[in-house]
Design a protein around this ligand. Structure first.
Ligand code: GLC
Length: 432
């Protein structure tokens, strides 16, 4: 007998009567992108105090505008950015096109004079970005603010402001080739307002029917569903929960965004960085819930990719490389009904089961940030109803002993210790 409420969360097999909607092809494709790079960069980067500096340090508009005169973008190298993402195992890149300060990194063709064409940079950086991403096999996605601290129409003429916002999105849809997705952010600032989402998304569906539409529900409403055209819910800096999709009107993906320290735009006095170990865990825990991880970096003043972020993410790329690589379980593994103890969990690809073992490190001072250290030994999983003949560690190929009581669905894996010279934070066993 299977336990009550048992539901194999798999598109092929569902043992419950309430159906889970079939995802649109673009949403399935988005889910298997798994890991993306978020980039926050703009005028504020020259201040080095985070992307909210204008607002939180109460810099008057005229004063803030002066930052345009020194914005040369001399260190912005879109190819290097796309390669950094690729090196980290990321498959898409979501770049700010305009943030809340109102400044656009693209040629707005007269829609706004607060754009890149009015700076010494004099290049359309979004054009460079989308071309570089395509050249490096990274899907470009565009972040668009819906909230604007500079444009007076945002305060005084809501209809005119929305015409401006929609015309901006139409430009992004029509001047830059195929775009992977649009990531809107700011509706949380006026929860009661009519943000004209129908009109906005109609533009995207008209010109970019395959684009993913995301609208950040904000830090206080993680995982909240939205407009029917929205293709993914967001979990801003919070660990995603698996979605209950039974009976839902549409299959919607999940994406968690996170940043390498406590700001999205560069903050030179923020030393509170994530480690590669932390990012590896966040990636694994996002995948456990079937979510993508969108990991942010904040380039320096004129666009230089910060050394620490780039090095830390490259280590994450190394980890992915020895855990199945760019077409492996991190991308194609889907949540499974198999339950682990503590932070242990399982993903599934067809008949293969991947057990993610956490806390294998036995000594305290090298412990990953929040996994309880349990050391090597037996690890038990329940609701395991597939039949398996072998188990190996993905990183080494070492074969592992396991016992399986098929009738009870209980499987006990003997998780061996790291060989000297190894510590992968999370270790993955493949059963088949
Ligand atoms: C928040 C912030 C913003 C950042 C975003 C990224 O909504 O307002 O600065 O762009 O989160 O998720």
């Amino acid at each position: 007998m299977k336990p009550d409420g048992y539901c194999r969360v798999s598109r092929e097999r569902t043992f419950v009567s309430v159906p889970i909607p079939t995802p649109a092809a673009r949403i399935t494709a988005f889910e298997s992108l798994a890991f993306g790079m978020f980039v926050h960069w703009g005028l504020y980067s020259q201040l080095g105090k985070g992307e909210w500096a204008m607002n939180l340090h109460q810099i008057p508009k005229d004063e803030y505008r002066k930052l345009m005169a020194t914005f040369t973008a001399q260190d912005f190298d879109a190819i290097e950015l796309a390669r950094t993402a690729r090196r980290a195992g990321m498959k898409y890149l979501t770049h700010t096109t305009r943030h809340h300060d109102g400044f656009s990194l693209y040629d707005t063709r007269g829609l706004s004079d607060l754009d890149i064409t009015h700076t010494p940079a004099g290049r359309d950086l979004i054009l460079e970005l989308v071309e570089a991403c395509r050249a490096e096999g990274i899907l470009p996605m565009l972040y668009c603010t819906t909230l604007d601290w500079s444009d007076p129409r945002f305060e005084s003429d809501w209809a005119a402001y929305h015409r401006y916002l929609q015309a901006s999105v139409e430009l992004l849809c029509t001047q830059y080739g195929k775009i992977g997705g649009f990531w809107f952010d700011g509706n949380w600032s006026r929860p009661e307002a009519d943000w004209h989402e129908d009109d906005l998304y109609r533009i995207i569906r008209r010109y970019q029917p395959e684009a993913i539409i995301i609208n950040n529900s904000g830090i206080d409403a993680m995982g909240r569903g939205g407009h029917p055209e929205v293709d993914s819910v967001t979990f801003e800096r919070g660990r995603p929960r698996p979605q209950d999709r039974q009976g839902a009107p549409k299959y919607v993906a999940s994406e968690m965004c996170h940043t390498m320290n406590f700001h999205w735009g560069v903050a030179t006095r923020d030393f509170n960085y994530l480690s590669p170990a932390h990012v590896i865990e966040e990636l694994c825990f996002a995948r456990r819930a079937g979510a993508n991880l969108l990991m942010n970096i904040g380039p320096e003043s004129q666009g230089k990719i910060p050394a620490f972020e780039s090095a830390a993410l490259a280590r994450v790329g190394d980890w992915i490389e020895i855990h199945g690589g760019r077409e492996g379980v991190l991308y194609h593994g889907r949540p499974s009904s198999v339950v682990g103890e503590g932070d242990d969990f399982a993903l599934q690809i067809g008949d293969e089961l991947y057990l993610f073992i956490t806390g294998l490190t036995a000594t305290g001072n090298t412990m990953a940030h929040d996994s309880a250290s349990r050391g090597p030994g037996p690890r038990t999983f329940s609701q395991v109803f597939g039949r398996y003949r072998e188990a190996i560690w993905l990183d080494s190929g070492e074969s592992l002993a396991f016992e399986h009581a098929l009738d009870d669905g209980l499987l006990m894996l003997n998780a061996t210790q790291y060989p000297y010279g190894t510590n992968t934070v999370v270790r993955v066993a493949r059963l088949r």
